[in-house]
Every structure is written in C-alpha cells, then in structure tokens.
Design a protein around this ligand. Structure first.
Ligand code: FAD
Ligand code: MLT
Ligand code: ZN
Length: 454
C-alpha cells in the first residue's frame, strides 16, 4: 500500500498532512535558517500509533524527522532534503497525576514544558527546568535535546530529571521503562542513551519526570559589571554565600541595547556597563539576605533587586528576550557552546577578531554573546553572514576547541554542527556512536544527517 494511504489508516486522514499550507509550520525551524518541504506530516495520537507509523515508514524506506514544539535551534527538527516524513508528537500531550511520594510525573512527549511545570506546581513541586520556549517546547523535545536553561545550574539538565521513559524504535518496537523504581540496573540503561540523541536513535513517547521542591521565595538581582572577570568573582561569591543560588546568567551591553529597542522599553539601570549578570536565589525561606551577602562580598554596589514575580520577570525579560530580539534583526547562526570558566573572558574577547578575520567581506557581521555563566555556557549568535556561509561558524568553533570547550552545551549538535562532531569527540567516539546508530536504526531512517553527518 502507498505510504500516504497506509498512514491515513493508522492515524486518520485528517492527521496526515500534505497540503503545503498546512505542512508549512512544520517545515521551517524557529531561526528561519533550516528547512525544506516535507513528504508528509503525520500526527499520531498515542504510542501505539507512533509504533504503527514507524512500521509503515520502515516498510516504505521513508526517512522520519521527529518533531515536538519545533523550537530546536540546531536545524534537526525539520526536513532538510524534502523527502522526509515529519512525525509530530504534539498530540501525545496527556500528563498523569503527580506521585507525591516519589516526586514523579508521567508526561506524554507532546506535553509542553510549561504544562508540566503547571501540574508540578499545583502539587507543591516544580519541574526544575525552565527557559523562554517553555510554552511551545515539548517534554519529548526537551529530553531528546537534553535541554538546559538557567535553572540547570542547580537542578541539572533534562538528563537529571529523566526517571524513566517510553520510546518507539526505528522498526516500531516499543521499549518502556516507566516503573518509577529508584533502583533498577537490570541491563543497559537505554533511556539514558535516548536522552540527548536528538531523534536519531528512537522516538520518545512518554517521560517519567523527576520533580524538585517548589521554591516560592525568590529574589533576582541584575548586576552591571565592568568585566567578565568581575562576573566570575561574583559567581564565586554567590556559590560561597548563597546556597539558594538557582541561576546565574549573563549578557553584554550591545545585547541589552538590542533587547531594549525590540521590547520598546528603557533600561531599568541607572548606569550602563560592559557586562550584566542576572542571578536568582530561591528557597522556602526568604533568600534576600544570602543574596545581599554574596553581592557585598563581591563588592557590588548598584544591583537592581526584584523580589515579586512581575519585577523579577521584567529583569529576566532582558536576558530571555535576546533570542527573539536577535531573531527579529536577522537570521542568526546560533552556536551554543561551553568553555571552561577560566577561559571565558579570553574567549569572549577573541570572538569579534575571529569574526572579522573569518568574514572580512561581510562588514556588518556582528556577534551577540550571552548565556548561562554558571555553566560556562555561551550562546554565540552571529548576524550578517549568509545562511549557507559557515566561515564564521567554523572560526568560532575552532576557538571553542582551542579553549578546551564543547561545540554543544545544551541545544544539541543537530545538523548545524554535525560536521564538527568528529573534531569535537574524536574518531573513536564517533565510530562508537555510529555503531549504536547502526544497531538501533540499521536503515538510517531516524533523523538522517542530524548529530552524525550523512
Ligand atoms: P523540537 O524543536 O521539535 O525538536 C528538537 C530535536 O528533538 C530534534 O532533533 C527532534 O527530532 C527531536 N525530537 C523532538 N521531539 C522528539 C521526541 N518525542 N522523540 C525523539 N526526538 C524528538 N534550549 C535549552 O537547552 N536551553 C534554553 O535556555 C533554551 N532556550 C530557548 C529559548 C527560545 C526562545 C527558543 C526558541 C529555544 C530555546 N531552547 C533552549 C531550544 C529548544 O527550545 C529546546 O532545545 C527544546 O528542548 C526543544 O524542544 P521541542 O519540543 O521544541 O523540540
Ligand atoms: C537561551 O538561553 O536564551 C537559549 O538557550 C536560547 C538561545 O540561545 O537563543
Ligand atoms: Zn540557553
């Protein structure tokens, strides 16, 4: 039977899309840099349908791109060649009841992070993970990317929250580790293998998410600083004097100007500075004194402090608003990288020079730099070079490796950085990864070209 018809019989005709007007939102990534026409978009409702869809695609030899909220930033959530089936998990959005004794909740892959947060908070707990795409990204996508965000500093990346999962393999086999047993080391840890695999080893259909205590007393500081070195001193003081520290992000002054212009607001700070840190402490008790002590120890005199939700959100909007403001200014080349803290200042200083020498013929090339200071995680956003011009990307990634850093800290490798995987990980590791891929997906149907270059 022809693939379209076979898929219609599995999910119903209304959930197999081939009309370009309906498929368009599934075909272009959030940045606008990646995408191609999909052969079809298929929207199963449950795990059994996902398995049946995979059996149909395997029989037809059709490559499949799993997609959640399509907020991924490395080009791996959309078709690239024009012949892929986009398998949208968004309809698998059911969230179970929180198990308060175990501190776990089971969520369908298509549940948004925001929905999981809401369910957790209503039960007196929290998801422990948060970032600006919370209301669009899905828990399946979060797990598939091993997403991080500002709170990873305290609670870890998605990996730290996966207590189990259910997934469909390339041939339609369903694997399930949803028992919630705290100790269960019988056999290889297949769920751990799927975390961060970016849709290349299996399709996550349900996740058992480990929750954290809900910490309602929150205080946020926006701190203008003279240098990245000062920011590092502040981070050390926060670690030493504020055990309630949850987030410690940073951005630079040109990013602040862009965000202020985009959000049509004035700076809330009395003075501008080269570097800004946004730090948040959270606890059951008021963490204001801890934060003040840390700021004092770091010699900070003019921080803006916010302790109610609306004011804290207005401070965070200056940091979280970078992604949208940059996206509105052009199609960015987004390079999410990590560098050792000791190398951070040098790395940031070197980027404009690296850019100028990589693309001397692109005089308006600019780099916006921001990220999660506490994790040494820098989001290098390049504007100016054409979509397919990778000279500046290469220069930045070369610099990252020369600093002992990683080409991907939290967004994944995707297709954007697949070319760099062997340089970053070495031939031995890439051969082991290819062996895993071959074992689980011998026909290479799951997200071909993502993570491992074709
Ligand atoms: P998609 O974009 O749909 O897919 C991403 C990848 O996961 C693709 O490779 C896809 O094939 C695969 N995939 C999706 N669902 C499944 C599934 N069920 N099974 C198997 N594979 C699947 N990321 C961070 O880490 N930290 C941040 O702070 C952060 N902030 C962001 C802010 C904004 C404004 C935006 C737009 C993005 C941000 N991101 C951040 C990136 C992105 O939101 C996350 O990576 C998120 O986890 C992607 O989830 P998604 O459901 O949108 O996945
Ligand atoms: C962030 O921290 O804001 C995100 O990872 C998104 C981005 O890099 O633009
Ligand atoms: Zn980030």
């Amino acid at each position: 039977m022809e693939l379209t018809q076979a898929l219609r019989e599995v999910v119903g005709a209304t959930h197999v899309l081939d009309d370009p007007e309906l498929t368009a939102p599934y075909e272009r990534d959030w940045t606008g840099r990646f995408g191609a026409r999909a052969r079809l978009v298929v929207r199963p409702a449950d795990t059994a349908q996902v398995a049946a869809v995979m059996r149909c695609c395997a029989a037809a030899g059709a490559p499949v791109v799993p997609q959640g909220g399509n907020t991924g930033l490395v080009g791996a959530s959309v078709p690239r060649e024009g012949d892929e089936v986009v398998l949208s998990l968004r309809r698998l959005s059911a969230i179970g009841e929180v198990d308060p004794a175990l501190g776990l909740v089971a969520a369908g892959a298509g549940a948004t992070l925001g929905a999981v947060q809401a369910v957790a908070r209503a039960a007196g707990l929290d998801a422990g993970l948060d970032f600006a795409a919370r209301d669009s990204c899905t828990i399946g996508g979060v797990v598939a990317c091993d997403a991080g965000g500002a709170r990873a500093l305290r609670h870890g990346t998605a990996r730290a929250h996966v207590a189990g999962l259910e997934a469909v393999l390339a041939d339609g086999t369903v694997i399930s580790r949803m028992s919630g047993l705290a100790k269960d080391n019988a056999g290889y840890d297949l769920p751990a293998l799927l975390v961060g695999s970016e849709g290349t080893l299996g399709i996550v259909t349900r996740v058992l998410w480990k929750l954290v205590p809900r910490l309602d007393r929150r205080v946020t500081a926006l701190v203008p600083l003279a240098s990245v070195a000062d920011a590092t001193v502040l981070l050390a003081a926060l670690r030493a004097h504020a055990p309630s520290l949850e987030s410690c992000d940073f951005f630079l002054d040109d990013g602040l100007s862009l965000v202020l212009a985009y959000q049509r607001r004035a700076s809330p700070l009395e003075r501008r500075a080269p570097v800004y840190v946004v730090a948040e402490c959270a606890g059951r008790d008021d963490p204001t004194d801890e934060l003040a002590e840390a700021l004092g120890q770091a010699g900070v005199e003019d921080a803006l402090i916010a302790d109610d939700t609306a004011s804290r959100e207005r401070l965070w909007a200056l940091r979280e608003g970078h992604t949208e403001a940059i996206g509105a200014a052009g199609v960015p080349h987004k390079l999410d990288v990590g560098v050792p803290l000791a190398a951070l200042a040098g790395f940031l200083e070197e980027i404009p020079r690296a850019l100028a020498s990589a693309v001397p013929d692109v005089p308006d090339a600019r780099a916006f730099l921001f990220g999660h200071l506490g994790d040494g995680n820098v989001h290098v956003n390049l504007l100016g070079p054409a979509i397919e011009d990778e000279r500046a990307d290469d220069a930045v990634l070369e610099l990252v490796l020369s600093c002992g850093g990683t080409i991907s800290a939290e967004h994944g490798v995707g297709v954007a950085k697949a070319r760099w995987l062997a340089r970053a990980r070495g031939a031995g590791e890439v051969a082991a990864m290819r062996a895993l891929k071959q074992a689980l997906d011998p026909a290479g149907l799951l997200n071909p070209g993502a993570v491992l270059p074709a």
